[in-house]
Design a protein around this ligand. Structure first.
Ligand code: AHR
Length: 495
């Protein structure tokens, strides 16, 4: 590469704070995410806290997981929360119509999930059933979880062993209402939303509740337009968007054995997030110029063919350095749009799609995506430092995408963090960043990379891809000169 990429940093007082909730996760009753993933039951030999694996709790705490969305996904619109409370042996079963047709015993329910969130220090984000549930059922769930006084639902909660309300802030009104949530039109869903939202009292929950609308499928801007136009802003805390990086829904390709061309196509899909966020935000700006309503990208990530020999309804896939690059680039997009994107949830947390954790009986591994989320957690609640630069291009055959992705922030202690991704599968890139105007003088860096695009962590070799200290940069009198290797994610810290 001839010319270096020149990145300039603006120390802009009016820049937004990056909401920590951008770093959220998602746990659905799907495959081995809850059962056999998080939840092994309190009689398991695997060390656990009330049935949830201790190794997962530890890993997610270290990740600083800010929020967790549950119980779906598509499952949410079939879920009846009252089936998951009370004595476990008396709970009815449910057949998971969306994911593998398996029968569940409802042993992981509201108490298990909300107590887990407390242990993790994460905000719960509950998706309520609109598709096959009732307004009353939904309103009762909020009263059960949030009401501190005397009421039928708070009495029931106390009878089931929990005195204090959990004060759940984030409530999703259905999921993918345009698809598995009921195949509704945007107009019909907006009406349903208004009805459900009307009866969702916050039951004196001092923080108030945040109602989140089931959002658009990728580039369906009309969906966002109809919701913004038809739902009064005071009823709307957030509007969702779902976007998966899929090469082709009929031919997604293997999660590990992929070509450079497939890698390129995955990145094309991942980088589409920039356009999606920009265009959905433009629609929202028309109706909400003060940006009161959050954009909530409550499902995102890479989606490949399931691992051979596993249940096709369980969506179990490995996670390579491709996924780390995808995550790093996507999180940079969210950071840079922090004025509107205020929550996001990677799909999904354990054993499903772009998981941060994989388990196999007693074993547990952290994926390359986990390491990116951990390297980037320094951006949580830090002030965005807007960047400007022209990215070099990564070209394959006759197609091009930007090769370099970046974002930066300054945390409460004044430390600066710059996250850089080299998406290019072949070329390293030279980057220059002028940091003279920043108070930070001493820089250190860590990098996540691999020798091959297909490299991943396995149960036999769990630490093949881990972040390491990076020395490939120099601070030349306030100008950082960095050589970033192909397919790598780098975070610089300046103090
Ligand atoms: O994350 C898997 C599924 O993808 C979710 O259940 C659904 O909302 C989406 O289509």
């Amino acid at each position: 590469q001839k010319e270096p990429v020149i990145i300039s940093i603006k120390n802009d007082a009016s820049a937004p704070v990056i909401n920590k909730n951008i770093y959220g996760h998602f746990a659905e009753h799907l495959g081995r995410c809850i059962y056999g993933g998080f939840f092994v039951g309190d009689t398991s030999k695997i060390p656990n806290t009330n049935g949830v694996r201790n190794d997962i709790i530890k890993a997610l705490k270290e990740l600083k997981i800010p929020n967790l969305r549950w119980p779906g996904g598509c499952f949410a619109d079939t879920y009846h929360w009252k089936d998951g409370i009370g004595p476990k042996e008396q709970r009815p079963t449910i057949v998971n119509q969306w994911w593998g047709g398996v029968t569940e015993d409802n042993s992981f329910g509201t108490h298990d999930f909300l107590n887990l969130c407390e242990v993790l220090g994460a905000e719960p984000y509950l998706s309520g059933n609109v598709g096959s549930g009732t307004v009353q059922e939904f309103a009762d769930w909020i009263q059960y979880a949030n009401f501190g006084g005397k009421s039928p639902m708070s009495d029931l909660r106390k009878k089931n062993g929990r005195t204090e309300p959990w004060k759940v802030k984030y409530w999703g009104i259905g999921n993918e209402a345009w698809g598995c949530g009921g195949n509704m039109t945007a107009e019909y869903y907006a009406g349903e939303y208004r009805k459900f939202a009307t009866f969702m009292a916050d039951w004196n929950n001092s923080g108030g509740i945040n109602r989140i609308a089931s959002g658009a499928n990728s580039s369906d801007y009309n969906w966002t337009e109809v919701l913004m136009k038809n739902i009064p802003l005071n009823m709307l805390g957030g509007v969702g968007v779902h976007h998966y990086s899929v090469i082709d829904w009929n031919k997604k390709g293997d999660a590990v054995n992929f070509s450079e061309e497939q890698y390129f196509k995955t990145m094309q899909q991942a980088l589409k997030m920039e356009e999606l966020v920009t265009k959905h935000a433009a629609v929202m700006d028309k109706y909400d110029p003060e940006k009161k309503v959050a954009m909530v990208v409550d499902e995102w990530g890479g989606w490949y063919d399931v691992e051979k020999g596993t249940n096709s309804g369980f969506l179990y896939q490995q996670n390579t350095i491709r996924d780390a690059v995808l995550a790093g680039a996507t999180l940079n997009i969210f950071n840079n749009h922090a004025d509107r994107v205020r929550m996001a949830n990677l799909a999904q947390c354990v054993n499903v799609l772009q998981a941060v954790i994989l388990t196999d009986k007693t074993k547990m591994i952290l994926t390359p995506t986990y390491h990116v989320m951990q390297m980037y957690n320094v951006h949580q609640d830090a002030k965005l430092l807007p960047l400007s630069f022209n990215s070099p291009l990564y070209t394959l055959k006759d197609q091009t995408i930007p090769a370099v992705s970046a974002s930066a922030s300054k945390d409460k202690n004044g430390a600066v963090h710059i996250s850089l991704v080299n998406i290019d599968a072949v070329n390293k890139h030279k980057i220059e960043i002028d940091v003279k105007d920043l108070t930070s003088k001493n820089f250190t860096a860590s990098i996540l990379t691999a020798s091959k695009l297909q490299d991943h962590n396995s149960f036999e070799n769990p630490n093949k891809i881990v972040p390491v200290a990076f020395k490939g940069f120099e601070n030349k009198k306030g100008k950082l000169e960095i050589i970033i290797p192909p397919f790598s994610v780098l975070v610089l810290e300046g103090k």
